[in-house]
Design a protein around this ligand. Structure first.
Ligand code: SAH
Length: 223
């Protein structure tokens, strides 16, 4: 597979992107190292190969996008993961964020509502032999059979914080979720203190594709 070749040119561009992420304020070395370990161009069409290391979002099929590298790095930093943690991701998309979290030594459970994207991302995770479990389903419901999760990351714009996800967060756990109904969402960090108490902090505005209900199968005609 041609797009799974990692040349010196890709590696050089990747180092420049990592320098840019540092300048933008990403500090944790482990996260910057993960960006080197996981070649972003593997997750994009060959036609976009040259653009993979620019700080921009791109189409990945099914009308969805791979997030900006900075957004992925920023959400990952806010998530404060440690090795062996159980992380639930809503919105697998290309699987790039999933693989960054795996490279940080976490066990990732990731849900995607587009079957086509789910299958492609699953193949990428297998290519890297990462420890992640991917599922085609509706992220509003979370993944009760593996709950509680130490961390939850939502990579689509949620109309509000889904109650099911709050329930599946471990005590002391952190959820990073962009919330808002318009084109822009506010990045929220939710910490679960105990059964009923949560704290909430805001971290600026971002633009994500919307979090939508119900699955979209490969066979469903596109509207
Ligand atoms: N982390 C991804 C971001 C992809 S964009 C990446 O780096 O590529 C967000 C994804 O969330 C889209 O693929 C979209 O289909 C998915 N999504 C939206 N609503 C969802 C839901 N309710 N459950 C699961 N996935 C959802």
């Amino acid at each position: 597979m041609d797009h799974l070749k990692d040349t010196y040119r890709h590696q050089g561009k990747r180092k420049l992107l990592i320098e840019e992420l540092k300048r933008m304020g990403i500090q944790k070395t482990a996260i910057l190292d993960a960006f080197y370990q996981v070649p972003r161009h593997f997750f994009m069409d060959l036609a976009l190969d040259d653009l993979a290391y620019t700080n921009a979002a791109f189409q990945i099929g099914s009308g969805q996008t791979i997030s900006h590298p900075y957004t992925v790095a920023f959400q990952t930093e806010l998530l404060e993961v440690q090795r062996k943690m159980k992380v639930l991701e809503i919105g697998t998309g290309s699987g790039f964020q999933t693989c960054i979290l795996c490279a940080l030594g976490t066990k990732v459970y990731s849900i995607e509502r587009h079957e086509e994207l789910h299958l492609k991302a699953d193949a990428m995770v297998k290519h890297f032999k990462f420890d992640a479990r991917l599922r085609y389903g509706d992220g509003f419901r979370g993944w009760p059979s593996y709950a509680p999760f130490d961390r939850i990351i939502v990579t689509c714009g949620a109309p509000e914080i889904p109650l099911e996800l709050k329930k599946q967060l471990a005590f002391g756990g952190i959820m990073i979720i962009p919330v808002g109904e318009g084109v822009e969402q506010v990045m929220l960090k939710i910490v679960r203190l105990n059964e009923n108490e949560f704290t909430q902090q805001q971290f600026g505005t971002f633009k994500f594709v919307p979090m939508l209900e119900q699955k979209v199968s490969i066979k469903t005609p596109k509207s």
